[in-house]
Design a protein around this ligand. Structure first.
Ligand code: SF4
Length: 217
């Protein structure tokens, strides 16, 4: 066999697609981040015809070029909370407006083999939008986010994703010094609200693009 590692991950993502679909998520598999962008631009957005588009923190959303491509679209209003030069107040307003966008993009911290999305948020806007508000949500997921079960999902997030995210954001939290979660009481703590999304309700409201690459944290 030529590419056993790729073959291994491909099999796992095929299984995961079946599990997610059984949980009423709509699912695509993309070979690359660029292909994920094509699915978004050529399939999801034309079918959804959203009047407003917003997103939560997702490195994959930016690195795949989806953010840049969306900003060039004619038609939908883009709610960009990170637009350079906007005031703190305007940013807060846009974060709130994003909660009722017609189409919302986010990453996910982990996904179990049973097809459950597991996330931990600082402010709660990302998991809030995933749970309720936007008419449709697109979740972008690299193959590195797949874990066996809920315990391993929470371990992955606490022991890896959260400390590295705190480092990426230059947070003044103990984990940025120790590389370990210290379950801190820091005012800058980024770990405040857990969500487990067991199923999509209504069916297909939440769409997941599984990408056969290691992406994001
Ligand atoms: S709880 Fe605190 S120490 Fe633990 S990962 Fe989150 S921010 Fe870091």
């Amino acid at each position: 066999m030529k590419n056993p590692v790729e073959h291994f991950h491909a099999l796992r993502l095929d299984e995961l697609k079946t599990a997610l679909e059984a949980n009423n998520f709509e699912v695509w598999i993309a070979d690359t981040a660029i292909q994920a962008k094509e699915i978004v631009i050529n399939e999801i957005i034309p079918r959804s015809t959203p009047k407003t588009i917003a997103w939560g923190g997702s490195m994959t959303f930016i690195d795949s070029g989806i953010e840049a491509a969306i900003k060039t679209l004619d038609g939908p209003t883009v709610i960009d909370k990170n637009e350079p030069g906007i005031s703190k107040e305007e940013k807060a307003e846009r974060v709130k407006a994003a909660m009722t966008a017609e189409l919302y993009f986010t990453g996910t911290n982990a996904v179990t083999e049973k097809g459950q999305l597991v996330n931990l948020d600082m402010i709660g806007n990302r998991v809030g939008a995933l749970t309720f508000g936007p008419r449709e949500v697109v979740v972008l997921m690299g193959q590195n986010k797949l874990v066996p079960d809920l315990d391993s999902a929470m371990d992955r997030i606490r022991e890896y994703a959260a400390p590295v995210n705190a480092m990426r954001l230059d947070m003044k939290t103990p984990c940025t010094k120790t590389g370990r979660c210290m379950n801190c009481n820091s005012p800058a703590r980024i770990c405040n609200t857990w969500t487990i999304t067991e199923k999509s309700f209504p069916p297909k409201r939440v769409k997941v693009i599984l990408i056969r690459r290691d992406l994001g944290l």
